[in-house]
Design a protein around this ligand. Structure first.
Ligand code: PLP
Length: 399
């Protein structure tokens, strides 16, 4: 059975060009980049090249890029790095819809004696900016607000957020794991001080990430060890994966314009057809301020797990904001923060595309998903009276 992979916000296929670029660094160029000999030195130069490729997709200077082991480490390094460098400041601001890499760190900090303000979102998943202005105080060490949400794809107005943060004299970190490679970024003209990215969300391997730290920001290392990464992150570099991340950034930058248009066309067709054909659908998240590849839809009175299992039988990979599939006992904290009704949170499905998807994939989901929802509604004690919603009705009500 052909696999239709639409779970690209969870992880992506490693691009064949990336695999090819990585392979010699396992077998041929295996020297340690910190070594004095030229066998290691040549590897150090390749890391510098990858650093330039990562800097290029961000519009940053290569000296501002620190390689890490993943997005989670970059998020932790950013927040701890600023807290440790500013021990007299004990307050942080974040949001209720962050990825657990920031959200759970915020909870941990709150239990450890820091003051943490979590900003709420409206029903479209957008932040209230006046709430942000009120939240930032003199002792706010760092504001950590994501660039784009992993569950809904909602994009936050990060430069407006940054302007407020700067006006209040604090530091802005953004978790851009879902944004890098999907939408253009330019940190040369930006209010962002620190930015997180992760390789496996943009067709590089798992287990590699990067943190942008703007020149002039005082930052204390999170992983303490050797002098690697100019004393900003100890540990021998994961050379093949860093080379792969560099290549993936180069490819993403090169194909960004045409691929974003094509991916958005596929996402829009998918969403519109499902809205027409499935009973009682809703789209979770702002209609336009969204990543081009993501749709998060809810179907009332059905279970997300059941939808995913039946999609899986057809070879379709997706994910859900309901409890078990996300590996947690709680339903999605993001959808709950948006005020999505309980009955709809449990029946939510996230479909996230990449440049390797095709219109045939989209047609396959359009063929299979609506009958699956109808079938589940038939056996649901609450959902027998199904009605088909006009596409614009639900979306504009939420826009
Ligand atoms: N931040 C966001 C927004 C994510 O979507 C993810 C992964 O799902 C992470 C952070 C964590 O990245 P990693 O899996 O590389 O640790």
């Amino acid at each position: 059975m052909k696999v239709v992979y639409t779970d690209n916000n969870a992880t992506t296929m490693v691009a064949p060009e990336v695999v090819e670029a990585m392979l010699p660094y396992f077998t041929e160029y295996y020297g340690n980049p910190s070594s004095m000999h030229s066998f290691g030195g040549q590897v150090a130069r390749k890391i510098d090249n990858a650093r330039q490729q990562v800097a290029d997709i961000l519009g940053a200077d290569p000296s501002e890029i620190v390689f890490t082991s993943c997005g989670t480490e970059s998020d932790n390094a950013a927040i701890w790095g600023i807290l440790r460098a500013n021990p007299h400041k004990r307050h942080i601001v974040t949001s209720r819809v962050e990825h657990p890499a920031v959200y759970n760190l915020g909870k941990y900090l709150a239990q450890s004696g820091y003051h943490v303000t979590e900003l709420g979102v409206d029903s479209n998943g957008m932040l209230n900016l006046s709430e942000l202005a009120d939240a930032v105080r003199e002792d706010t060490a760092i504001v950590s607000i994501m660039y784009a949400n992993n569950e809904t794809g909602v994009i936050f107005p990060i430069e407006e957020i940054g302007a407020i943060v700067k006006q209040k004299g604090s530091i802005l970190h953004t978790d851009a794991v879902q944004a890098v490679g999907k939408i253009p970024l330019n940190l040369s003209k930006s209010t962002i001080d620190l930015l997180t990215l992760s390789g496996h969300k943009l067709h590089a391997p798992k287990g590699v990430g990067a943190l942008f730290v703007r020149k002039g920001i005082t930052f204390s290392p999170f992983v303490i060890g050797g002098h690697q990464e100019k004393n900003r992150r100890g540990g021998t570099e994961n050379v093949p994966s860093i080379i792969g991340l560099g290549k993936a950034c180069e490819l993403a930058k090169k194909f960004m314009n045409e691929e974003t248009t094509r991916v958005k066309q596929m996402r829009d067709k998918l969403e519109n057809e499902i809205l027409k054909k499935a009973p009682d659908p809703r789209v979770n998240g702002h209609k336009t301020q969204r990543l081009p590849n993501t749709t998060n839809m809810s179907f009332e009175y059905v279970e997300g797990e059941a939808i995913l299992l039946l999609l899986n039988e057809k070879g379709i990979c997706a994910s859900s904001g309901s409890a078990c599939t996300s590996g947690s006992l709680e339903p999605s904290h993001v959808l709950r923060a948006m005020g999505v009704p309980f009955t709809a949170v449990h029946g939510s499905v996230r479909l996230s595309l990449s440049r390797y998807n095709t219109m045939e994939d989209v047609d396959c989901i359009i063929e299979h998903l609506p009958p699956i929802i109808r079938r589940l509604r038939e056996i649901s004690p609450y959902g027998r009276e199904t009605k088909v919603q006009e596409p614009t009705a639900r979306i504009s009500a939420r826009a």
